[in-house]
Write a protein that binds this ligand. Structure first.
Ligand code: FAD
Length: 377
């Protein structure tokens, strides 16, 4: 029987960062994942874009996104100094563009919404768009510039988090989870696939899109579903990037890594746990990005990627204590899990070390769906 303060189920960006932060606070931490770092966090584009990702009715989420964006520089500095790895954090900004006057109208509305919220964004004429990004198609009608949107190389981030966890002494279990052991309404521990038991004070469910189907936990307690996203990795010679900022249309984005790589994404599909790359998605992504940046036609198509976003009924994450005593969630981060990694890890570390749930995560309590799951008594 192993004993542990915290067992983290799932080693994506969120679970790894939470495990690392909790371990740095002196807790014994076990992380259970057969394939750590290879989920949505590997597939993602790495945009840190609270301002261009803002949606009507999601102002509470916007505040959390902005808070996490603020944490990014110090989070990255600490991670890089602990591991000696560069995670490709770049303050590259976003140019969002319209292909026609209807889209330009929509961007105008988005810009006015951003202004009402006091967000830093600039309305651009078509000429100003091309001034910032000379390779944009001549048909581009106008746009929005958000200098404060940044990016991180999510694969490097995950690699560094794995390393930070190992260095800090987080124990990894790649044999997988058989079940979470709950008695009454209380956590008793977990059982690994090989039959080993871990007696733990707390469990953190951070299993991304699979968080709704953790054996031993009531399925309705964590209402997370997979939302499939496909994307493409294009590549050109170093120094010949087709764009220097992230370029977004209404249906497609292109994220230049600054070294010839260009990540183009992404579809949003309700297909359960299906992870096939489809010809239709590759076609649509290439067609849409070509309409914005025709120069992509020369690039090498190096990789197709697919990931499952952890979606929730209100598109907001579940962070904090769940209905069962000893069980916490850090999941449901949907489109913004890379962005929300620092703030989520910080909040979880605070709770597991005995603090109150920070005020900034109260709106994201997993308990807000309690009536749906049929109270557990
Ligand atoms: C195409 C695409 C593009 C995206 N772009 C962005 C972006 O630009 N910016 C942004 O902020 N976000 C983006 N996202 C969203 C982001 O990727 C996710 O919100 C984030 O990665 C979720 O992290 P996670 O750690 O919760 O999940 P994951 O990274 O999916 O990790 C979950 C882990 O749990 C493990 N697991 C599952 N079941 C079990 C089990 N039973 N036992 C043990 N372990 C288990 C899995 O093996 C996996 O390693 C994108 C997502 C996709 C799909």
């Amino acid at each position: 029987l192993l004993t542990s303060d915290l067992a983290v189920i799932g080693g994506g960006a969120v679970g790894l960062a939470a495990a690392w932060k909790a371990r740095e606070q002196g807790l014994e931490v076990d992380l259970i994942d057969p394939t750590p770092g290879k989920g949505a966090s590997w597939a993602a584009a790495g945009m840190l874009a609270p301002v261009t990702e803002v949606h009507y009715g999601e102002e509470a989420l916007l505040r959390l996104n902005l808070r996490s964006a603020e944490r990014y520089p110090s989070f990255v500095a600490e991670l890089e100094s602990r591991t000696g790895k560069n995670v490709g954090y770049r303050k590259s900004g976003t140019v969002m563009v319209a292909r026609d006057s209807d889209e330009n109208e929509q961007l105008g509305e988005l810009w006015r919404f951003q202004q009402r919220l006091g967000l830093p964004s600039e309305r651009l004429s078509s000429r100003e768009c091309r001034g910032l990004e000379p390779a944009l198609a001549p048909s581009v009608r106008g746009g929005i510039f958000v200098e404060s949107d940044h990016q991180v190389d999510n694969r490097s981030l995950v690699g560094a988090l794995l390393e930070a966890c190992r260095k800090a002494g987080v124990r990894f279990h790649t044999e997988g989870l058989r079940e979470v052991n709950v008695r009454g309404n209380r956590l008793h521990g977990i059982v690994l696939e090989n039959g080993d038991e871990v007696s733990c004070g707390s469990v953190l469910v951070a299993a991304g899109a699979a968080s709704g189907s953790i054996p031993g936990l009531p399925p309705a307690m964590i209402p997370v579903r997979p939302v499939k996203g496909q994307l493409l990795h294009l590549h050109g010679p170093l120094g010949s990037d087709v764009a220097s900022h992230t370029v977004r249309g209404l249906d497609v984005y292109a994220v230049p890594r600054g070294d010839g790589r260009l990540v183009v994404g992404a579809t949003v599909e309700e297909r359960g746990f299906d992870k096939h790359v489809t010809a239709g998605a590759v076609y649509t992504l290439l067609r849409d990005v070509y309409e914005l940046l025709p120069g992509i036609i020369e690039l090498e198509l190096r990789e197709t990627a697919v990931g499952l976003r952890p979606g929730t009924p209100d598109n907001a994450p579940l962070i904090g204590r769940a209905e069962i005593e000893g069980v916490m969630c850090a999941t449901g981060h949907y489109r913004n899990g890379i962005l929300l990694t620092p703030i989520t890890a910080e909040a979880i570390a605070e709770i597991v070390t005995g603090g109150d749930e920070p005020e900034y995560i109260r709106a994201f309590s997993p308990l807000r769906f309690q009536s749906r799951s049929g109270a557990l008594t």
